[in-house]
Write a protein that binds this ligand. Structure first.
Ligand SMILES: [Zn+2]
Length: 253
């Protein structure tokens, strides 16, 4: 058989395109968006992006013709090869920080970008640093996606027994009540995951899960999708370089 026929054979046999054959889509992960303080270490600064740098990164992405996609589009692409817009990438925000609403949201609106926000439910509305449920609902109503980032940012690798319910199942329901929409996507706190826990995510009804920069698990790539932490000290050129060189690699690397 020639190559196209072999591909068709496997497509018919397995009913889906293997995710390993597909290029990885750049997915950027952000946390706090604020100016650095004296006490912030270099490690902290990877996760804290000053608003001016964030603005410059978004401008570069828009000017370069990148288009945001959302988890459902990525899922359809990975499962069935459904085409994506040109120069696709995804924006994700973790940890419920209010500056994602106050600082990032207006910039994203300006560039017609949408994003996924992974929420720690026990942080909602507890402090001025964190988003409240009205802000989360508004982001959802405006076409962004709200995902689960556990109840208390617990280590996924250590979940046992009833913790699956309290840390993941119930927070998923809480977010569904806030948004009035299904919550189908999960992000691992600290990017930590283990193979043994992945079947639980399937069982709890998640379509896909997002880690950080570890290699994907080839047997369950949809639950170990990689994201790049867009360092707070990267200028637009450095970000563009990392998007092209980190995510230009095959999906299992
Ligand atoms: Zn987190």
């Amino acid at each position: 058989m020639n190559k196209p026929l072999i591909s068709l054979f496997f497509l018919l046999l397995f009913g889906q395109v293997s995710t390993a054959q597909l290029t990885q889509i750049p997915i950027l992960c952000y946390h706090q968006i604020r100016d650095w303080k004296l006490k912030d270490s270099q490690t902290d600064k990877a996760y804290i992006i000053p608003p001016a740098i964030f603005r410059a990164q978004m401008k570069m992405l828009a000017d370069s013709g990148y288009h945001t996609i959302l988890p459902n589009e990525l899922y359809a692409y990975l499962i069935s090869g459904k085409p994506l817009p040109s120069k696709p990438f995804m924006l994700t925000f973790d940890d419920t920080n209010e500056d994602q609403y106050k600082v990032a949201r207006p910039i994203l609106i300006k560039y017609h970008f949408k994003a996924a926000y992974f929420i720690i439910t026990d942080k909602i509305g507890t402090h001025k640093w964190f988003m409240n449920s009205l802000q989360i609902k508004q982001l959802s109503d405006e076409g962004n996606v709200i995902g689960c980032h556990t109840l208390s940012h617990g280590n996924f690798k250590k979940l046992t027994g009833t913790a699956w319910q309290t840390e993941i199942a119930q927070p998923k329901k809480t977010l569904e009540q806030i948004t009035g929409k299904p919550v189908d996507y999960f992000a691992f706190p600290y990017g930590y995951w283990n193979r043994a826990g992945l079947p639980q995510l399937h069982q709890l009804g998640f379509k896909a899960a997002f880690q950080l920069e570890q290699p994907r698990y080839p047997k369950d790539p949809i639950m170990t999708i990689r994201r790049l932490v867009a360092r707070g000290y990267w200028n637009p050129q450095t970000l563009d370089y990392n998007i092209k060189h980190d995510f230009g690699r095959p999906a299992n690397k």
